[in-house]
Design a protein around this ligand. Structure first.
Ligand SMILES: [Ca+2]
Length: 283
């Protein structure tokens, strides 16, 4: 008889202590009042999707804070993303990756922040719709190039003269074969390097490119070149391109024999992967 009663008392005591802990928690959270995120927000929430389909939220704050975003398909949110650039320190320019968010879909979200004084900030529950995946930079620049110019008239042109060739394997023809893996290399022509090509017939050209070769030690890199048309008009100097940035240079002329002259370089066995002369789009 005595025993059950004691157990009951213990349960009451246990319940009381749980209630006490709960009360302690709720009182501490009510001490640190949650402040509207708008108080520290200094830019709109921006939701973006890059060409790889990676979604991000950006926002800036007028104080240093550590930020995170809770988001999900419903009001219950369920996914949390934290500042990419945390590094353990608070800052005012926040970028948060939205892992798993699908471009074009709409989600509910709330942004939270905390500052060095322990203040907590939270935005109202709101929704965002991610943009669709944009066309990749690569295909965009490809489209631009297509819009910018037509065919490369220099591909397959006859090489009339070159300043020098390092060997038969590095002939001038390598600069007009349309192949990015072959190069014309001079035997130390440096800034005096040139290549003269014949397009076969007079052509209307709207722009040129000189895709320089380069050595692992940095030599043989052409930085600037000119194009002389039929032994007369000189165009440029233009910045030479490389495989990652072809640096299309606009040059409008009609001509058949084009001489590409290196104007400045890092010296040595200069030359080109490709020299190009473009027709107009659709031309
Ligand atoms: Ca080539």
């Amino acid at each position: 008889m005595n025993r059950p009663k004691r157990r009951k008392l213990m349960l009451v005591a246990l319940f009381a202590s749980v209630a006490l802990i709960a009360a302690a928690c709720s009182s501490s959270s009510s001490d640190s009042e949650v402040i509207d995120f708008a108080e520290i927000q200094s830019s709109d929430f921006e939701f973006t999707v890059d060409a790889n389909g990676v979604a991000k939220m950006n926002v800036t704050t007028n104080i240093d804070a550590a930020c995170s975003i809770a988001w999900g398909e419903t009001d219950e949110l369920g996914t949390i993303g934290t500042d990419l650039d945390m590094g353990g320190t608070a800052h005012d320019d926040h970028e948060v990756l939205l892992v798993g968010a699908v471009p074009g879909e709409t989600y509910q979200f709330r942004v939270q922040g905390s500052d060095a004084d322990g203040n907590l900030f939270q935005s109202e529950l709101a929704s965002f719709t991610l943009p669709e995946v944009p066309a990749s930079d690569e295909s965009m620049s490809g489209d631009d190039d297509m819009a910018l110019h037509g065919d490369n008239l220099a591909e397959g042109a006859t090489v009339v003269a070159v300043s020098s060739v390092f060997s038969d394997a590095w002939s001038g023809e390598n600069a007009v074969d349309g192949d990015m893996s072959t190069e014309w290399a001079t035997a130390g022509s440096g800034d005096d390097a040139f290549i003269e090509i014949d397009l076969g017939s007079p052509q209307d050209v709207i722009g040129v490119e000189f895709i320089t070769r380069t050595m692992g030690d940095g030599t043989a890199t052409t930085t600037e070149y000119t194009v002389t048309v039929d032994g007369g008009d000189v165009f440029g100097p233009f910045s030479a391109g490389d495989p990652s940035d072809n640096r299309f240079a606009e040059a409008l002329f009609a001509g058949q024999v084009l001489r590409f002259d290196v104007v400045s370089s890092t010296g040595g066995n200069t030359g080109a992967i490709e020299v190009r002369a473009f027709a107009s789009p659709g031309g």
